[in-house]
Design a protein around this ligand. Structure first.
Ligand SMILES: Cc1cc2nc3c(=O)[nH]c(=O)nc-3n(C[C@H](O)[C@H](O)[C@H](O)COP(=O)(O)O)c2cc1C
Length: 154
């Protein structure tokens, strides 16, 4: 029988990959680190974006987002996109950036990228869940160790 314990600390045991979610609209581009993302069905991806995010406005305005999967060794990219606001710094500086179908920026030299068009938006309090249909995808790296976010560490 499983033991019933206090739930404090158990969130640290949920493991997520670290991804960069990006968007572009009218010449502006932005991106944030997102751990709370997953594939839903064969051709869709769900991302969870809080009210603090500047990128969220560009996702809503463009109706699209890009998602690039990070690998172990790319913690610095996770920090750049996860600890600063796009309005304050150019997070893409020094990175190889390209676009596919929607115009959302995508990052080279990463295990996988997905270009998505938003099909559904759900409000969960002040957080928004965007579901996007994958309209293009690809990979630059064949072998990699995933970058895992667990609690506050990755
Ligand atoms: C590893 C990591 C994972 C994160 N996951 C999420 C997430 O799933 N959803 C979210 O809204 N913010 C998440 N954040 C916080 C945002 O990346 C952060 O608020 C960022 O500065 C927002 O950037 P923006 O204002 O340019 O959009 C995460 C941060 C880190 C470091």
């Amino acid at each position: 029988m499983s033991e019933v314990v206090n739930t404090g600390g158990t969130h640290d045991r949920l493991c997520h990959g670290v991804n960069i979610v990006t968007a572009s609209h009218e010449g502006k581009r932005a991106g944030l680190a997102v751990a709370w993302a997953c594939q839903v069905g064969g051709q869709r991806i769900l991302v969870t974006v809080g009210p603090q995010s500047h990128t969220r406005e560009l996702i809503e305005a463009s109706g699209a987002f890009g998602l690039t999967v990070l690998r172990s060794g790319q913690q610095d990219i996770g920090r750049t996109f996860g600890l600063h606001h796009s309005g304050d710094v150019d997070k893409f500086e020094g990175l190889e950036v390209f676009t596919a179908e929607t115009g959302s920026p995508l990052l080279r030299r990463c295990p996988a990228w997905f270009d998505c068009r938003v099909t559904h938006t759900f409000e969960l309090g002040r957080t928004k869940l965007f579901v996007g249909e994958i309209v293009a995808s690809g990979a630059d790296v064949t072998e990699f160790v995933p970058l895992i976010y667990r609690g506050d560490e990755y």
